[in-house]
Write a protein that binds this ligand. Structure first.
Ligand code: FES
Length: 273
């Protein structure tokens, strides 16, 4: 059992949960994730570690209530427990001094982009962050992103806060301004990551995305997280979750992620009643 040290909503349906997990807190690196089971009979869900405090022995995850299991997890309060956590899993983000690095987070993807932005900053990069959301109320980690950025931008689809438009438009604006960009990391919904890849492709800017396929064990055994990268099958849980955005087959990823939609809908409906 793992104790929840604090659980607070950052935005509607998006909860930040700090959990006592000292061994994971000590070992984890940016880009890695944990597999969590909220209760004894729960489903295993992969969640990127948004941060850790090795002194306190805690890790932080940020959960958006989408399906039954994430909604169940979002019902947890400070003082509750999590049944089991396995991790840290996955290959850590590739961090080096690239020069100017742009870290883009779309929606709850910002929670995943954040730890990598921290690591990029620590490695001596000039860090630009673009934090996108549909609307102002859904912007998360604004202060945290600002604190690790040399330049920080917020974009909202409806223009209610920051730049009015998509993260890709802001990125294009930065490229057009003549700013030399050496590395881009984009994490968010599949269409957003695909669109970022298309913006940077003509300029040959190295671009990395963090993929979110269905995962079961998270250790390379079930094959559920198969993705196609550079025409080869890779397992996101061990070979990723970060891959070269210009080589990812995004269509295959979104088709596979839609395979269980009817079952997911059924289970959410049963949970809500
Ligand atoms: Fe099973 Fe990756 S989640 S192989």
């Amino acid at each position: 059992m793992y104790n929840i040290v604090s659980a607070i909503f950052l935005a509607e349906n998006i909860k930040k949960i700090e959990i006592q997990a000292p061994r994971i807190a000590k070992k984890r690196k940016a880009g890695q994730f944990v597999m969590i089971r909220a209760g004894e009979h729960g489903e295993r869900i992969p969640l990127t570690i948004a941060g850790s405090d090795p002194e306190k022995g805690t890790i932080t995850i940020i959960v958006q209530g989408m399906g039954k299991s994430t909604r169940e997890l979002n019902l947890k309060e400070t003082g509750d427990t999590i049944h089991d956590i396995v991790g840290p899993l996955g290959t850590p983000s590739h961090i080096e001094k690239f020069g100017t690095a742009v870290s883009i987070g779309g929606g709850v993807g910002t929670a995943i982009a954040y730890p990598t932005a921290v690591a990029l900053k620590e490695a001596g990069n000039y860090v630009i962050t673009i934090n996108g959301a549909r609307t102002r109320d859904l912007v998360i980690l604004e202060d945290e992103m600002k604190a690790v950025s040399d330049e920080a931008y917020i974009t909202t689809d409806d223009g209610s806060y920051g730049f009015h438009g998509f993260v890709t438009q802001k990125l294009q604006e930065l490229i057009d301004s003549g700013k030399p960009i050496d590395y881009v990391l984009a994490i968010g919904p599949i269409p957003m990551m695909k669109a970022v890849a298309e913006v940077t492709r003509p300029y040959g800017i190295p671009t990395v995305v963090s993929l979110n396929p269905v995962m079961v064990d998270g250790t390379g055994m079930c094959g559920g997280c198969r993705v196609t990268v550079d025409n080869e099958t890779r397992f996101a849980c061990v070979d990723g979750p970060e891959f070269d955005a210009h080589k990812v087959d995004f269509k295959n990823l979104s088709d596979r992620n839609r395979m269980y939609l009817p079952e997911e809908k059924q289970s959410v409906e049963a949970f809500s009643h």
